[in-house]
Design a protein. Structure first.
Lengths: 339, 447
């Protein structure tokens, strides 16, 4: 076990049981299907994937909102997957959660002071003065100043960017060591996205936080994360340092994702981009073999649709790994045979 | 605070809401006044005390304000007594004996006859019973002897029931015969003017004394009239207000709050908890409320508090659960609930601090509109003879009116006054409730 890691996720599975008539088991939705990674203090790991890739389920499992079906989660060496109510509560104080929809994430009937008081009350901060001080500090940290102007406002009186700052303030209020940000800027105006991401980075540096940044937006990922995990059909298909992954994507899926990124050059406005056909895989009945094979432009017939690929080191090295037969010796041999 | 002010500004745009609120405020003010002016014990005593308490009231008299209508000039009750008015009493000492003469003036200026007439005498004496003669002197000088007898310490001479007197008055009972104009033929017509009742008493010791009280019962009495037991109807009409409001409010708050909490808990814990709550609700929905209440009333207790509890109990698993459940299912999926779980809020905290406050504003108009339905339920039970046997309520008055055939006998005030109060109460709450519904409901879409 890696003792330096803030968070260690080992072979995590989160499946949801599907039942008919309330008891007859029909099958499982395999939202997270064998994910492992580590997060170190001060580091940002981005989890990238399209809708239905299981990235939000991964986030919620890490937060303890879903029980993992199998696998282990260690936070600062402690097993989260075995925690009982009391331990889980303590763990939750150390993990902040920033959601996608800032307005929805704030109870509409509470004002700013009340919203920020809630976590403190839940975690037994009895002293009124101390609560007030911590609320002030958190609001100053997220640049909602002057603090007094905001304390008695209700969420609907704040702009989208201010609401998300408030959500971040709530997330850091309990002095967490890790923040899980589930698409923190995707519902915000483009003009404030960078601002919010910069704020998260500043807070990260100030408190040496580990951040799990969940997004489907590859364009911001390079600048705001150290490492990237690409998820597809509940599995991590590629992992690498941010720059390496964006420059040299190895997995065909990642390559397709990056190719689909908008390109600012004017002549490209009229060209169609090569996007893999088909739909994201069903998580209830995932395709056999590699989950990407029905859409894969370079699939190896006879191998990819039969056997699930293992995670292999790509020729790029430096921890750049992909879940693809292309980089496995068996895949290489097949290719030779095919030629 | 801000939001309350904003709501108030919105409410003010609806004249019906303002009118309704004024009705509710008036009812609340009336209740507060009643509870302080006629304390509970006193009210119960007046309501249940029997006829002796109300001896000076006529039976089944209409309210006194009937005289305000043009063309109506009916007698109200007159009580003329010697006690406290020494000028009405003259005493003459005849060695050993004492003669007392009491003159009670009756100024009669009405177009109708009184309902009844009675003379009450109270004597203080040592040995022998006093001997009295009562004489009625009409404005035109006729003298009619009403009584000529010895009396005990307390004597009630019910002139209207004296058949011998009736015969002497040419077959007219005292309250008519004594006041009728002898010169008119046919239907008797009252003779207006100054009447006098003279009581001559012979007492057998110098220390003895006698007081007389003449009660001319009017056809009209008090603010609300009287019932068949001479009780002043202002008592039950006034006390009906606090009881109705308390019953309606408690039943509404008890059933809506518990319904909402249970719906929220069912949605939050889901699975078998939710299923159980839904099944209980479905069974409860087909149970008839009124027959159950009648059963409880006949077989167990008719106390309003027992009935209130049964009403609340039956109201817990009401159709409201289904409505609230639909809303809570939406609320449960809100990201802010997820956020609360993520920072460690407990299930109970989430239910009470995050789910219920979200739905509470929707509840307010329903709650306000629900109050009168419980007020009516209480009245319904009373009319069915299952009202609280002790408390004076509007329903009780209606019940008495019904069992005494008020409508057939023309005592329509007896039915109309409590009905008007019930309808006004319902109207007030409904107008406010509907206005609140219009104000609060657009927000439902924003859930």
């Amino acid at each position: 076990m890696d003792t330096d890691a803030l968070l260690q996720v080992k072979d995590l599975y989160t499946w949801f049981e599907l039942r008919r008539w309330g008891f007859a088991r029909v099958g499982y939705v395999r939202a997270v299907d064998g994910v492992s990674f580590e997060l170190y203090p001060g580091e940002t790991v981005a989890v990238v994937g399209e809708s239905g890739s299981g990235k939000s389920t991964l986030a919620k499992t890490i937060l303890g909102l879903y029980r993992p079906t199998r696998g282990e989660i260690y936070f600062a060496g402690k097993p989260v997957h075995q925690m009982k109510a009391a331990g889980l509560k303590e763990y939750r104080a150390k993990v902040g959660y920033v959601q996608q929809d800032p307005f929805g994430a704030l109870p509409p009937f509470m004002n700013v002071r009340r919203i920020l008081e809630e976590p403190l009350i839940v975690h037994g901060v009895r002293d009124r003065v101390e609560r007030e001080q911590r609320i002030h500090r958190a609001l100053e940290d997220v640049k909602l100043v002057p603090v007094e102007d905001y304390l008695s406002k209700f969420p609907h009186q704040l702009s989208g960017g201010q609401q998300q700052r408030l959500v971040i303030a709530r997330a850091i209020l309990l002095e967490p060591r890790m923040i899980v940000a589930d698409e923190p800027v995707s519902m915000l105006d483009v003009s404030v996205r960078v601002e919010i991401l910069e704020l998260l980075r500043k807070i990260q540096q100030e408190y040496n936080l580990g951040i799990i940044y969940i997004t489907h937006d590859l364009s911001t990922v390079r600048h705001f994360s150290h490492r990237i995990l690409v998820m597809y059909g509940g599995k991590v298909v590629e992992r690498a340092r941010a720059r390496d992954l964006v420059r040299n994507p190895q997995h065909p899926y990642t390559q397709a994702l990056l190719a689909a990124l908008s390109d600012p050059r004017a002549e490209n406005a009229h060209t169609l981009k090569p996007v893999p056909p088909g739909e994201p895989p069903s998580l209830l009945n995932p395709p056999p073999g590699c989950r990407f094979h029905p859409r894969c432009p370079v699939r190896i017939e006879g191998l990819c649709e039969r056997e699930a690929p293992p995670e292999v080191e790509t020729p790029q090295g430096a921890g750049h790994k992909a879940l693809c037969w292309l980089y496995h010796e068996r895949g290489e041999k097949k290719e030779e045979v095919a030629m | 605070m801000n939001s309350v002010l904003k709501r108030w500004a919105e409410i003010r745009r609806y004249p019906s809401a303002i009118a309704g609120m004024m009705i509710i405020l008036a009812l609340v003010a009336l209740s507060v006044y009643t509870v302080f002016a006629i304390p509970y014990r006193q009210a119960i005593q007046l309501w249940r005390g029997g006829e002796n308490l109300w001896i000076e009231n006529p039976r089944n008299a209409a309210p006194a304000w009937f005289n305000l209508f043009p063309g109506i000039n009916l007698p109200t009750t007159m009580v003329i007594e010697s006690q406290g008015s020494p000028e009405r009493k003259a005493a003459l000492d005849l060695d050993g004996l004492k003669e007392v003469r009491i003159e009670l003036p009756v100024s009669f200026t009405f177009d109708g006859f009184p309902k009844e007439i009675s003379l009450f005498l109270s004597a203080r004496y040592q040995t022998a019973d006093p001997y009295i003669t009562a004489t009625w002197i009409t404005p035109d000088g006729r003298e009619i002897v009403l009584a000529d007898q010895s009396i005990k310490r307390e004597a009630s001479i019910r002139l209207s029931q004296d058949t011998r007197l009736e015969r002497r008055l040419r077959g007219l009972s005292a309250e008519i015969g004594l006041f009728a104009d002898p010169n008119r033929q046919g239907e008797p017509v009252p003779l207006k003017g100054e009447y006098r009742l003279v009581v001559d008493a012979l007492l057998f010791a110098p220390g003895d004394d006698l007081d007389a009280k003449l009660v001319v019962y009017g056809q009209l009495h008090g603010l609300a009239g009287t019932d068949h037991r001479r009780r002043d109807l202002t008592i039950p009409l006034l006390w009906g207000a606090p009881i109705a409001l308390a019953f309606g409010f408690l039943a509404a708050i008890g059933s809506t709050l518990s319904t909402m909490i249970i719906a929220a808990a069912g949605v939050w814990w889901g699975r078998w908890v939710d299923a159980l709550i839904q099944r209980i609700t479905e069974v409860n929905l087909i149970l008839p409320v009124l027959p159950i209440l009648i059963m409880v009333g006949t077989m167990y207790s008719r106390s309003i508090w027992v009935i209130l509890n049964v009403v609340i109990l039956l109201g817990i698993f009401s159709g409201g659960i289904k409505t609230y459940r639909a809303i809570f299912l939406q609320v449960k999926e809100s990201p802010y609930i997820e956020a609360a779980r993520a920072y460690g809020a407990s299930s109970l905290r989430i239910i009470f601090r995050y789910m219920i406050p979200r739905v509470a504003p929707i509840l307010v108009p329903q709650f306000v509109a629900l109050i009168p339905s419980y007020v009516f339920l209480e009245a319904t039970l009373a009319v069915l003879g299952l009202g609280d046997p002790i408390l004076p309520t509007w329903g009780k008055v209606l019940d008495d009116a019904y069992t005494n055939g008020a409508i057939y006998r023309g005592y329509f005030y007896w039915v109309l006054l409590p009905s008007a109060l019930l309808i006004t109460t319902g109207l007030g709450f409904s107008m406010v409730g509907f206005a609140l519904d219009r104000i609060f409901n657009p927000r439902l879409r924003g859930l």
